[in-house]
Design a binder for this molecule. Structure first.
Ligand SMILES: *[C@@H]1O[C@H](CO)[C@@H](O)[C@H](O)[C@H]1NC(C)=O
Ligand SMILES: *[C@@H]1O[C@H](CO)[C@@H](O)[C@H](O)[C@H]1NC(C)=O
Ligand SMILES: *[C@@H]1O[C@H](CO)[C@@H](O)[C@H](O)[C@H]1NC(C)=O
Ligand SMILES: *[C@@H]1O[C@H](CO)[C@@H](O)[C@H](O)[C@H]1NC(C)=O
Ligand SMILES: *[C@@H]1O[C@H](CO)[C@@H](O)[C@H](O)[C@H]1NC(C)=O
Ligand SMILES: *[C@@H]1O[C@H](CO)[C@@H](O)[C@H](O)[C@H]1NC(C)=O
Ligand SMILES: *[C@@H]1O[C@H](CO)[C@@H](O)[C@H](O)[C@H]1NC(C)=O
Ligand SMILES: *[C@@H]1O[C@H](CO)[C@@H](O)[C@H](O)[C@H]1NC(C)=O
Ligand SMILES: *[C@@H]1O[C@H](CO)[C@@H](O)[C@H](O)[C@H]1NC(C)=O
Ligand SMILES: *[C@@H]1O[C@H](CO)[C@@H](O)[C@H](O)[C@H]1NC(C)=O
Length: 878
């Protein structure tokens, strides 16, 4: 969406506002996905807003300012309201005296121009005649000392004026071209502008429809987001509860395992105890028998070295008495059938139930989402009426017609303007070229003349250069005289037109007097009642309409439409969003399936808790377990007996001892070893149980409590998260609609139904007419006038300078002056010449008598001529 520059800050502000709004909506608990993204709408009414044309700045500005200053001096009168009123309403009754009074400055200028037009050509004509009769513009006859000084200053003045002329003509060329270049586009811009204004009202409904159509952008966005809302909310609930549920499940899993281990140990404890108890009686009695036997053998007198073994053998009896350990039957009976539940299975089931929460939520919200979608799909009535509600059709027709007529009727004038402008351009070009020619003649004349003068001392020089210089200057003078009439005519015509445009139109346009004038009833003829033609509201004046439009007011603020229009009414979608709100609040999430502990597991834990496993008298178990099964180390005893048996000299005794050792060995293998193994097993189980039982009991109780609390807490928390999330969701979706509303509001009032083009066209018209066209136009005649008035001193100085460039007779030398007096002079002439000669030769007029008389001179000349011819004849023949 490209917007005109002046709207930049506005858009920025809007963005900021949106950001702020979003900030409010997205309180901490709405995650990053809780924020609405920026929607992109297609900008409309782009061509509508007329960019103001800038007043062109350039190097000619000081000149323009000077010209405007000059015109302000020429036209001191304010805007002539009365005169214009009469001129517009009854052109026939305009009194000339009023016009003259108003245009006094121009009249003065006209008089000056007329004088110029009369005098300069007349003088030129006279000069020409005089020149033809060789009475003026001749040559300096005799050179004397002050001559060089006079010549120098004349040449300097001429050069100076020529240079001023040159600046003037360059300026004239530039402004002539500039005027021509600005005129074409300026004139062509008028129908374009009128055309673009035609759509000002009539295009509005179409564009309003386009705005209404873009309601589908937030709509589609919301529909898209509705697709994922269930899963998203479920995921959020899952994520937020995960931290509680997973540890709980893990601890349940661990508890199940611990429970199993404890039960296993208890079973072992029972079976080991029972075994040990059952076997200790028989073992004890057989040990008793063996002891008796051994003791009798070892106490035999023949027994050699038996004393040490005897003391060992006396210890051959049971160490631990397992009849003294408590019974665990009652505990075991209470734990009968435990574990009823498969804990790992249960935890797995719980976990997968919990993990399907997003999908579950999606399924549970599916119906509501469907209803929401249906709700969203239909466009609110108000928005649909955005275009139809615009009551502009009548105004649009009138408006379009007025502009079409204006365009139609302006067309021939525009053609005419372009045609005359071409003539003016050509004339300006030609006349500027003439001035340029004069400048060139002056410069060439000056150059050649100077060259001629500097070469004068050279005896071999011919006077051709000086003569040519003089001729150039005279050509310049001739051109100046010849074209002075066209110059002044073109200047005055363009001055009168351009000056009046500047002083009558531009000045009052800029100060907005013109709008005021058009607004006063009776000033404009009824057929040109602008208020009526434009269809302005009754209570809006033209200047205020202009000001309001300049600020970008909406059409209905300024124009008289058929009925009222309030875009707010059409962009109010509260009812629509309220329904969405209602639907979204129906979202529910069900967590009943998440049991955590099923009934069987609960029974298991309850049984374990009341089993009394922690109350078993483990120390008395330990007391027995820590005692050895036999008081003697039986393997050592067996070895000693075998050794003793071999050491006996009495073979029968030795044999008996060996036999005893073998039976003991057998007893050990069959009974004692098993007894010892069970004792070790018992030791292990007792240790394990005594270490874990009390702690496990605590954990079981706690878990029972935790599980039941969590079971009631989870749905509540899930409900809160759901509410927060659906609130976030709702706010996000509403933000999309609000974005649309803000955008549409801005579009409608600032871009589509804006009357800015009206004031823009007026401003641009003024810039084109006054700044782009009138300024260079006025500068053009100013520059040309500058040249034209400078031509007068140029002429004077050129004529004066010419004389100095022509050959000078220094004295009455033989060859000089032959062309000067081809005929015999009159007596009066003779007198004049003679006196001049005398003076030039440095004699005082007092000694006039001394000079030759005219008749003498004449005869002298005649003689000289004769001589000349004879000589030249001689030369030509020889
Ligand atoms: C539950 O499932 C999640 C995801 O599959 C897994 O990371 C977690 O370890 C599971 N927890 C238990 C106790 O099985
Ligand atoms: C204890 O162990 C013995 C031997 O294994 C068995 O016969 C008895 O049923 C067990 N008692 C209980 C309550 O399990
Ligand atoms: C083991 O203890 C029981 C009960 O205290 C007792 O009756 C029995 O005599 C004892 N057995 C031995 C061998 O000490
Ligand atoms: C418990 O369930 C798992 C499968 O979930 C199975 O592998 C295991 O054998 C079951 N344990 C018992 C004691 O039934
Ligand atoms: C102007 O409005 C009036 C009622 O407000 C309606 O009857 C009339 O048809 C409208 N005219 C046009 C041209 O829309
Ligand atoms: C414009 O002028 C032409 C002829 O000059 C005429 O046919 C046409 O109808 C006019 N259009 C309007 C809108 O006045
Ligand atoms: C234009 O006409 C309206 C009535 O249609 C009238 O009230 C108003 O004064 C007129 N304005 C001018 C400037 O004549
Ligand atoms: C009983 O078991 C504990 C630990 O398992 C062990 O430290 C101890 O030595 C054992 N006692 C006997 C007599 O085996
Ligand atoms: C039970 O919950 C409390 C507090 O929530 C916790 O500190 C404790 O570790 C939990 N116990 C078990 C066994 O999970
Ligand atoms: C839900 O929002 C409220 C504020 O409206 C907040 O206090 C609460 O912590 C939020 N709950 C959750 C679970 O995000």
């Amino acid at each position: 969406m490209r917007l005109p520059g002046s709207l930049g800050p506005l858009v920025l502000l809007l963005g900021l506002e949106l950001a702020l709004c979003r900030g409010q909506v997205a309180s901490q608990y709405c995650g990053p996905q809780g924020q609405a993204e920026r929607l992109h709408f297609t900008g409309l009414g782009k061509g509508r807003w007329l960019d103001p044309q800038a007043r062109p700045l350039g190097s000619l500005d000081p000149l323009y300012r000077m010209v405007r200053g000059f015109l302000d001096v020429v036209q001191l009168n304010p805007f002539p309201e009365g005169l214009v009123r009469v001129a517009l309403n009854e052109p026939s009754s305009v009194r000339t005296s009023d016009v003259v009074r108003y245009e006094a400055g121009y009249v003065v200028c006209a008089v000056i121009a007329a004088l110029f037009l009369l005098i300069v050509p007349t003088v030129g004509f006279c000069f020409c005649c005089c020149r033809c009769r060789r009475r003026c513009g001749g040559r300096v006859k005799v050179e004397h000392k002050s001559m060089a000084c006079e010549r120098g200053s004349l040449m300097t003045f001429l050069l100076l004026i020529t240079l001023l002329l040159l600046t003037g003509v360059v300026c004239a060329f530039i402004t002539n071209q500039r005027t021509h270049e600005e005129m074409g586009p300026g004139v062509r811009a008028v129908p374009g502008m009128l055309n673009s204004l035609q759509g000002l009202v009539s295009d509005v409904p179409k564009e309003l429809q386009a705005v209404a159509d873009q309601f589908s952008i937030p709509q589609n966005r919301v529909l898209d987001e509705l697709d994922g809302v269930g899963v998203n909310i479920g995921s959020t609930i899952h994520t937020q509860l995960r931290g509680t549920v997973y540890p709980m499940l893990a601890s349940l899993h661990r508890l199940g395992q611990d429970l199993q281990v404890s039960l296993d140990h208890l079973q072992l404890l029972n079976s080991s105890t029972v075994y040990l108890q059952n076997h200790q009686e028989p073992l004890g009695s057989s040990l008793q028998d063996h002891r008796h036997k051994l003791l009798s053998l070892l106490q035999d007198a023949q027994c050699q070295g038996c004393a040490s073994v005897l003391s060992h053998s006396q210890l051959l009896e049971l160490g631990a008495n397992f009849s003294q350990v408590p019974s665990v039957i009652s505990v075991l009976q209470k734990l009968k059938g435990v574990p009823e539940a498969n804990f790992s299975n249960m935890v797995q089931k719980d976990n997968s139930t919990f993990n399907t929460l997003p999908l579950l939520t999606a399924m549970e919200t599916a119906d509501i989402v469907q209803e929401l979608k249906e709700e969203v799909t239909h466009i609110p009535e108000q928005v649909r009426g955005l275009s139809e509600g615009f009551p502009g059709s009548e105004a649009a027709d009138r408006w379009r017609q007025a502009l079409a007529e204006a365009e139609n009727s302006s067309r021939p004038y525009l053609h005419m303007i372009q045609k005359y402008e071409r003539y003016r351009w050509i004339a300006g070009y030609v006349l500027s070229s003439v001035v340029l020619l004069v400048v060139i003649c002056n410069l060439l004349g000056l150059g050649l003349g100077l060259w001629g003068i500097s070469a004068r001392e050279d005896s071999s020089h011919t006077e051709a250069k000086g003569e040519a210089g003089a001729q150039f200057l005279m050509v310049g003078v001739g051109l100046s005289f010849l074209f002075s009439g066209p110059f002044i005519l073109l200047i005055f015509a363009t001055f009168l037109l351009g000056g009046n445009i500047q002083t009558l139109v531009c000045r009052s346009w800029e100060s907005q007097e013109l709008y005021q004038f058009a607004d006063t009833p009776g000033n404009l003829p009824p057929s040109m009642n602008l208020s009526h033609l434009l269809g302005l509201k009754k209570d809006v004046s033209i200047p205020s309409a202009y000001q309001q439009c300049k600020k970008g007011a909406a059409l209905w603020k300024v124009l008289q439409l058929n009925g009222s229009y309030d875009p707010e009414k059409h962009l109010d979608i509260n009812k629509y969003t309220a329904r969405l709100q209602e639907e979204v609040r129906k979202f529910r999430v069900d967590m009943k399936d998440l049991d955590l502990l099923n009934e069987a597991a609960k029974r298991d834990l309850e049984a374990f808790r009341s089993s009394g496993i922690e109350k078993i008298d483990y120390p008395s178990f330990l007391a027995q377990v820590h005692k050895p099964v036999l008081k003697v180390d039986i393997l050592k005893l067996i070895k000693e007996l075998e050794k003793l048996g071999q050491a006996q000299t009495e073979s029968a005794l030795g044999q008996q001892l060996k036999q005893e050792a073998q039976t003991l060995q057998a007893l050990y293998q069959e009974k004692i070893l098993l007894q010892q193994a069970h004792a070790v097993a018992l030791n292990r189980s007792v240790h394990a149980l005594s270490a874990s039982a009390s702690n496990l009991q605590l954990v079981v109780s706690e878990t029972l409590v935790n599980a039941s609390t969590l079971k009631t807490e989870l749905p509540v928390r899930a409900h809160w998260i759901l509410r927060n999330e659906s609130e976030c969701f709702l706010n996000r979706e509403l933000a999309y609609f609000n974005q649309y509303g803000d955008w549409a509001r801005e579009m409608v009032t600032k871009h589509i139904a804006t009357c800015q083009p009206l004031s823009g066209a007026l401003d641009n018209g003024r810039v084109i007419l006054c700044d782009r066209i009138a300024n260079p136009w006025n500068a053009f005649w100013f520059c040309l006038a500058w040249c034209t008035f400078l031509l007068i001193p140029s002429i004077i100085f050129a004529i004066k300078t010419t004389k100095h460039f022509r050959p000078i007779r220094k004295r009455l030398s033989f060859w000089e002056g032959l062309d000067f007096f081809p005929r015999l002079p009159s007596p009066a002439h003779c007198q004049r010449v003679r006196c001049k000669l005398l003076i030039s030769e440095g004699r005082s007029p007092v000694s006039l008598d001394a000079c030759i008389t005219c008749q003498e001179a004449a005869s002298f000349w005649v003689a000289k001529i004769n001589l000349y011819y004879s000589l030249s004849f001689a030369e030509s023949t020889s």
